[in-house]
Design a protein around this ligand. Structure first.
Ligand code: JFZ
Length: 459
C-alpha cells in the first residue's frame, strides 16, 4: 500500500470491486479453460523434428528461438506456416463439449498471439486465417460453440506483434517512428472494436504482450481505448495486464490501485496467502508442461502435471477467491493432445462429484489446514482433503468466539454422515476451538475428497 498518494491522471477506470452481474459471474466461475492455438501448433515445439529446448522454452515462442534447432530464417519459414494451416480435424463443438464435461465455466481463447496471425478474418491485416487453406473464421466457431454450451468466452489478444513492421519494442523517438507506431495503435484499436462487433457475446478481453516501452508510453491512448471498449460493451471485463499509468506503473498504478477489474499477474503461480490479495479478484493461468502454452508434440522427459496436481491448484485458488484457468494447446489439425484429453476427463469426473465445493464458493476465513483447502458457500463449509490423516481425524481449528462453528458433517461424495465432536486437543485453546470430523476406519480414498460441514451457532 502506498502511503502518500500522488496525483494520477491515468489510474483505474472502474471501481476496485465491481458489483455488477458480469463481475459476480466471474467470481463464481471457479474453473476456466485457456486455449493457445495458432501457427505455432504446426511445428508443435519442434523444428525439423528436433526440440533442443523442450521444457525450457515455450512452443508458441518458437519463431524467436535461437540456436541450432531454431527456424533458421523465420521470414521464409515460420511466417509461411499459414500456407499449411488447414486444421481439418477442428471441431469447435467437440472442444466446447469437452470443456463443459471438464467443468470449465469460462474460456480464454487466443485470437492473435505474438506472431500476429489472426484466427479471425480481420479487415485490418492480410495475415489472417482467411489467407490460409482453411479460410473459415475460427474465432466465430469457438465463440458460438462455447456460448451454446453455457461457457462464457474471453478473448486473449496480444498487443505485441513480431510480424508487424509498425510495431516496435522501444519507445518511438523519431517523427517517422512515431508515425509508424501511431498507425500500429490505430490498427490495434480497429482490431479490438472489430472483435467486439463481430462477437458481441464475449464477456471480456485477456490482454498480453503489453510490456514494451512503446505501449507503456502510449498511456493516453490506452486509457481512452479502455474507456471506449467499456462504453461499447457494458459489463466488459478487462484484467490488470492491459495498461499502465503515466509513470509507467503496470497492473497497479502509482498509488497501488489496480488497473482493470481483476489481478492478472498470476501466471503459473498463485498467491501464498489470502491476505496478500487484499480482497482483489484474480485468476491464475496454468500450463500442463512446466512451461509452454502452444502445442507440444512430445511430452516425454518433462514433468507434466497430473489431475491430482491440477485439482490441488484449483482448490487452492478457489479457497482464496481466485479462478483457476487450465491451458490446452491443440495441434495443427485442431485436436487436443491425448494427455490433455485424459486430464480433462479426470478433472471432470472429480468435479462431477465434488463441484459443490468448487463453484460459487468464497474464502472461508479460517486458518489454513494442513489437510487441504477450505471453501465456503452460505452456511456450508467444505474442506477438500488432499492429505489424508493417518489417525482418520479431520481436525478443524475455529477461532474462539466465532459466531458459526461446524455442527454437522458429511462426506460430499456419498452423503454419509460423519461423526463430529469437539476435541479440545489443540495447543492454543486460548485462541481456537477444535472440531474433529472422524472418518470411518474402513474409508479409503485414492483421490481428494470433500468433507462438507453445516455451520451453526456453537452449542
Ligand atoms: C505470456 C506469453 O508470452 C505466453 O506465450 C503465454 O501466452 C502467456 C499466457 O502469456 O507470457 C507471460 C506473460 C507475463 C508473465 C509471464 C509470461 N509474467 O508476468 O510473469
Amino acid at each position: 500500500k502506498v502511503e502518500n498518494k500522488i496525483d494520477v491522471k491515468y489510474g483505474p477506470l472502474t471501481p476496485a470491486h465491481r458489483t455488477d452481474e458480469a463481475m459476480e459471474r466471474f467470481r463464481n466461475y471457479g474453473l476456466g479453460q485457456f486455449i493457445h492455438w495458432g501457427l505455432y501448433a504446426i511445428p508443435g515445439n519442434e523444428w525439423e523434428g528436433v526440440s533442443a529446448r523442450k521444457g525450457a522454452a515455450a512452443s508458441e515462442w518458437i519463431r524467436t528461438w535461437s540456436g541450432p534447432t531454431a527456424p533458421k530464417d523465420w521470414k521464409n519459414t515460420y511466417d509461411n506456416l499459414y500456407k499449411q494451416f488447414n486444421p481439418t480435424g477442428f471441431d469447435a463443438k467437440k472442444w466446447a463439449k469437452q470443456a463443459k464435461e471438464m467443468g470449465a465455466k469460462y474460456l480464454i481463447f487466443t485470437t492473435k498471439h505474438h506472431d500476429g496471425f489472426a484466427l479471425w478474418p480481420s479487415k485490418y491485416t492480410d495475415y489472417t486465417v482467411k489467407k490460409s487453406p482453411y479460410k473459415k473464421d475460427i474465432v466465430k466457431q469457438v465463440v458460438d460453440a462455447y456460448t451454446a454450451e453455457g461457457i462464457d468466452v474471453f478473448l486473449y489478444f496480444s498487443i505485441l506483434e513480431w510480424n508487424n513492421s509498425n510495431y516496435m519494442g522501444k519507445a518511438p523517438s523519431t517523427p517517422e517512428e512515431k508515425a509508424k507506431f501511431n498507425k500500429f495503435l490505430e490498427y490495434t484499436r480497429n482490431q479490438l472494436l472489430e472483435l467486439l462487433q463481430n462477437y458481441p457475446q464475449i464477456k471480456g478481453f485477456w490482454f498480453d504482450g503489453t510490456w514494451d516501452q512503446s505501449w507503456i508510453q502510449a498511456y493516453d491512448f490506452t486509457y481512452k481505448l479502455e474507456k471506449e471498449l467499456r462504453e461499447k460493451h457494458p459489463g466488459l471485463i478487462i484484467g490488470s495486464r492491459f495498461r499502465n499509468d503515466e509513470f509507467g506503473k503496470r497492473h497497479f498504478d502509482s498509488n497501488g490501485e489496480m488497473l482493470g477489474d481483476y489481478e492478472q499477474g498470476w501466471e503459473r503461480k498463485m498467491p501464498k496467502e489470502f491476505e496478500w490479495l487484499e480482497g482483489r479478484d484474480w485468476d491464475c493461468v496454468m500450463t500442463i508442461p512446466p512451461n509452454g502454452w502452444g502445442y507440444m508434440k512430445d511430452w516425454s522427459g518433462i514433468y507434466t502435471k497430473t489431475s491430482e496436481d491440477l485439482i490441488d491448484m484449483l482448490m487452492n485458488c478457489v479457497s482464496m477467491n481466485g479462478n483457476f484457468v487450465l491451458n490446452f494447446g491443440p495441434d495443427g489439425n485442431g485436436l487436443m493432445h491425448p494427455g490433455e484429453d485424459k486430464l480433462a476427463k479426470e478433472i471432470g469426473d472429480w468435479i462431477k462429484i465434488n463441484g459443490e465445493a468448487v463453484y460459487g464458493v468464497r474464502h472461508a476465513g479460517l486458518a489454513p489446514s494442513k489437510l487441504g483447502y477450505f471453501t465456503k458457500k452460505a452456511d456450508n463449509l467444505y474442506l477438500t482433503v488432499f492429505n489424508r490423516p493417518v489417525n482418520n481425524i479431520v481436525r478443524i481449528a475455529v477461532p474462539k468466539n466465532a459466531a458459526e462453528v461446524p455442527v454437522e458433517a458429511v462426506l460430499l461424495q456419498d452423503g454419509q454422515s460423519l461423526d463430529l465432536k469437539r476435541s479440545d486437543i489443540g495447543l492454543d485453546l486460548d485462541r481456537n476451538t477444535y472440531y474433529d470430523v472422524v472418518l470411518p476406519g474402513t474409508f479409503r480414498a485414492d483421490q481428494a475428497f470433500v468433507v462438507k460441514m453445516k455451520l451453526g451457532k456453537p452449542k
